[in-house]
Design a protein around this ligand. Sequence first.
Ligand code: G3H
Ligand code: 13P
Ligand code: ZN
Length: 308
Amino acid sequence: MELVTNRELMQKAFREGYAVGAFNINNMEFLQAVAGAAGEEKSPAIIAVSEGAIKYAGFDVLVGMVRTIASMTSAPMSLHLDHGKDPAVIRQCIEGGFTSVMIDASDKAFAENVRVTKSVVQAAGARGVSVEAELGRLAGIEDAVSVAERDALLTDPAQAADFVRQTGVDSLAVSIGTSHGAYKFKGESVLAIDRVREIRDMIGIPLVLHGASGVSQATVSKAAQYGAVLGKPAGVPDDSIREAIRFGVAKVNIDTDMRLAFMASVRETLVTKASEFDPRKILGPARDAIRDVVKGKMRLFGSSGRAA
Ligand code: G3H
Ligand code: 13P
Ligand code: ZN
């Protein structure tokens, strides 16, 4: 299929009460894994590309690869810039074949976030590209010692309403206590899931949950068995993801879980097949492991079977 926008994928998900997974890719194997899962699960999927991924693989290589694989896949997919910060890269994506961009000015003061986001909405709108912005600081909230400190990190519902009214964004990434990477919580997960509902009620557009990886302990153990040194990683429980989707999250971002599955598989192959040096026999099983992770997420998010 031709690439579609996040707006199209997320509006349907928001209406029907499920979420579309946004899966980060940096190379062919991760992309094939996501597209393969989308085809097998008959699920929509968002191909997320960061500024780091563009630097690593090259803009034209990524766009060409994603377009080609999307055209061979029967499920709808979008090509989305994840955490766009550099205006030149955002412009390149809008003009160069991405169907969706995220402008992440969440580290700026409110007024500056509004100003920068508004200008991206204008540029993207002219090309039919959809826009996601972020409000709130993506950080664990368990270290906050006071309510005021905790609230300073989380997205404020009234401010979110003001932000959406002023900018006209299609979707908003919110902070409810998740963070990027494999070390989200020191013990039990601490999340402010109720905020999602409060924000949705105030703004009425689809919400996005970043830092949503579950960090499978089975995968962590397998990686450790084959030599990985990971300390005590911890992710977001599946039940929290289900609740967030029920309250209005229509896009869930996953990167870490795919990275962990990839790393555990490569380690296993290198240890158990110590004489193997054909890259296809090392990366092939890793690609299968990533595809299985993505299929599991599509089921968890309720997007399986929603391709039509
Ligand atoms: O949120 C960021 C994504 O996990 C992408 O990470 O900037 O290392 O490509 P990256
Ligand atoms: P994880 O690190 O939890 O996979 O989050 C990825 C993400 O939010 C990408 O934007
Ligand atoms: Zn993110």
